[in-house]
Ligand binder design. Structure first.
Ligand code: NAP
Length: 574
């Protein structure tokens, strides 16, 4: 078959001396992004012998775990539910050191996977995808890379991440600051000496909350600029001993089966009793237990009504507020840390370690910029409507142009030259979150409106990549050169995604779950974007499997490609 990887040419060497692809100009598949999704995607392609490569703008693999190096960065998934499930060998040899593993370990893990399966040779770094235009006559994508190269391929798989475009406040003077400043996503690779320093953190989302808890006792003075507080609950992390790891290894099948059963792809199963079918005492007993247990239990093992019923959600919110008050000595500060504009868990719940206790320290100060907004960055620090502050370091934990941000920044043109950014200007529309009408041969295993953003990410990734691979195999087996979702299928799916939001309280939340970002034009308050599939993993997997079983209903296939001119063929090395 023409698309097999025997054609690989122009072999070079990457930084660790492994063989890598260099100046080849045509591939059957180009995968964009060498993060958790891209690594698994290329593994599956390589296993089939497909001529494929990965492009990533970073200097190395790891995606989110390559970039986010801020202190305290870790995931909230139980580590042993976060790792890939595809290789027994890998499961048996990897020892997760902590129940919720930190960034350095996570990056080591991804490097280990890439090295174990010899995947680096299929990856090209410092290669930013700038444009991809569909050549309708040849059923090919023409791809422009930041280094000036133009490549072609039959299929593009975008594994560009859901939170990979960091956003800065729209404040004047950011460049005038004479100290050090960075967005958490671009935290320097070398250690940042913060001892004795005056540090500002802007933002109290999941990132800010992790960072603040971690650095409070390591800096001179820490001033947190909080616009709106976020609900947060304890992570309750702990090490994993050899014995525990052996037990986990023996239970991996059971663990992954449990993740596949739950809406969120985690081990935490919702409490299926009715909120009002049990007494208030019973509810309090459950919450007392869940609050003190590790992980997302307090969010995901709770009553289902907390996501849909205002009164049920308000009762839980009051309970969590009371737990916060028990942990923060100054009740005026505690009051500022308790959200009053949204209920518990309707935005993505950050889990924390010593976050609330940080505010009991004399060197930690909370500035409510809801009351006294930031005016500008100065040479020496920050100016609010109330006063000037001086800092050595300013950290922007101000979030991301989530879900569609990475897509919007690539010049993607489908049939008739339509751009994806224009099509998605007001909101994305997709078929199953993985295909887009008008953009043939473009696959998004973790795209907007797929289940992966609302689930334990790697579990969603494996589902998405496996489904995309099934589709590709179907196409290759039949000699098709084009696959495109129909307009009707896309409209049906998008309407279903919107409907799933209607029953959720989160539809009203100012959060990336609804596409809110005050720093991105058009994403300010009031424009709800239906970004996530809220039906849960089992339902999503059922739907996508049915589509496959019905001959990929909703997708039209073709084989219109004219024979490729010699220039487009994969060149065979002498
Ligand atoms: P985020 O949740 O969007 O939070 C951004 C924070 O910055 C908010 O507090 C926001 O305030 C504030 N902010 C934004 N622009 C501002 C401005 N111009 N002036 C003042 N404050 C501003 O972003 P994030 O914390 O980076 O988290 C994003 C997502 O990444 C998380 O929800 C999670 O999915 C993922 N994440 C996961 C982990 C983990 O696995 N443990 C850790 C970190 C991040 P407002 O609320 O007022 O907008």
């Amino acid at each position: 078959m023409k698309h097999k990887s025997a054609d690989i040419v122009d072999i070079g060497k990457n930084r660790d001396g492994n063989m890598t692809e260099g100046s080849k100009s045509h591939y059957e598949v180009i995968v964009v992004g060498a993060g958790v999704a891209g690594i698994y995607q290329i593994k599956r392609l390589v296993d089939l012998g497909i001529d494929a490569t990965v492009l990533d703008s970073a200097a190395d693999l790891g995606g989110t775990w390559y970039w986010n190096r801020y202190p305290g960065c870790r995931f909230d998934s139980e580590s042993y539910t976060y790792g890939y499930s595809f290789s027994r060998d890998l499961l048996d040899e990897w020892h997760w050191k902590e129940r919720f593993s930190g960034q350095p370990e996570n990056l080591r893990y991804l490097n280990h996977v890439a090295d174990k399966f010899n995947l680096r040779r299929h990856m090209q770094f410092n290669c930013k995808l700038e444009a991809m235009h569909f050549d309708e006559a040849r059923d090919l994508w023409r791809v422009k890379v930041g280094d000036g190269r133009e490549l072609t391929c039959r299929f593009v798989v975008l594994a560009v991440g859901l939170l990979s475009v960091p956003t800065m406040p729209r404040l004047e003077g950011i460049d005038s600051f004479k100290g050090r400043s960075f967005h958490t996503y671009y935290w320097p690779h070398e250690p940042v000496d913060m001892a004795g320093k005056k540090v500002a953190v802007i933002g109290t989302g999941a990132t800010g909350i992790q960072l603040i808890g971690e650095i409070a006792d390591k800096v001179g003075e820490l001033t947190v600029f909080q616009r709106r507080p976020n609900w947060s609950a304890p992570l309750n992390n702990s090490p994993i001993s050899d014995e525990e790891m052996a037990d986990i290894r023996a239970r991996y099948d059971e663990i992954f089966a449990a993740c596949a059963r739950t809406p969120g792809g985690f081990l935490h199963e919702p409490d299926r009793r009715g909120f009002y079918d049990v007494s208030r005492e019973e509810r309090l007993r459950l919450w007392d237990r869940l609050y003190d247990e590790p992980g997302f239990g307090i969010w995901l093992a709770n009553f289902r009504e907390i996501f849909m019923n205002e009164a049920a959600n308000a009762e839980l919110s009051e309970y969590i507020a009371e737990r916060i008050c028990r942990r923060v000595r100054d009740l005026r500060v505690a009051e500022k840390l308790i959200p009053r504009d949204h209920g518990f868990g309707v935005q993505r719940l950050p889990l924390e370690t010593d976050y609330f206790e940080a505010y009991n320290r004399d060197n930690v100060h909370l500035v409510d910029i809801g009351e006294t907004p930031l005016l500008r960055v100065t040479e020496k620090g920050l100016r609010t409507t109330e006063r000037d502050y001086e800092f050595d370091i300013i950290v922007y934990a101000t979030g991301f142009d989530a879900i569609t941000g990475a897509y919007d920044r690539i010049d993607i043109r489908g049939l008739g030259g339509e751009t994806l950014a224009a099509k998605w200007k007001d909101a994305p529309s997709t078929f199953l979150g993985m295909l887009v009408h008008g953009f043939p041969n473009l696959l998004m295993p973790t795209g907007p409106q797929s289940a992966s953003a609302s689930t334990n990410f790697p579990r969603g990734i494996e589902n998405g990549v496996n489904w995309c691979m099934g589709l590709l195999q179907y196409i290759w087996d039949r000699g098709y050169t084009r696959a495109e979702a129909t307009r009707e299928a896309e409209q049906r799916w998008t309407a279903h995604v919107v409907k799933m939001y209607e029953i959720m309280l989160m539809r009203k939340a100012k959060s990336w779950f609804t596409g809110y970002n005050s720093n991105v034009a058009g994403h300010e308050e009031g424009t709800v974007r239906y970004f996530l599939y809220n039906g849960g993993t089992p339902k999503f997997v059922g739907i996508i499997n049915d589509v496959a079983a019905n001959g990929y209903e909703g997708i039209v296939f073709g084989s219109n490609a004219r024979p490729e001119p010699e220039a487009l063929r994969t060149r065979i090395s002498a």
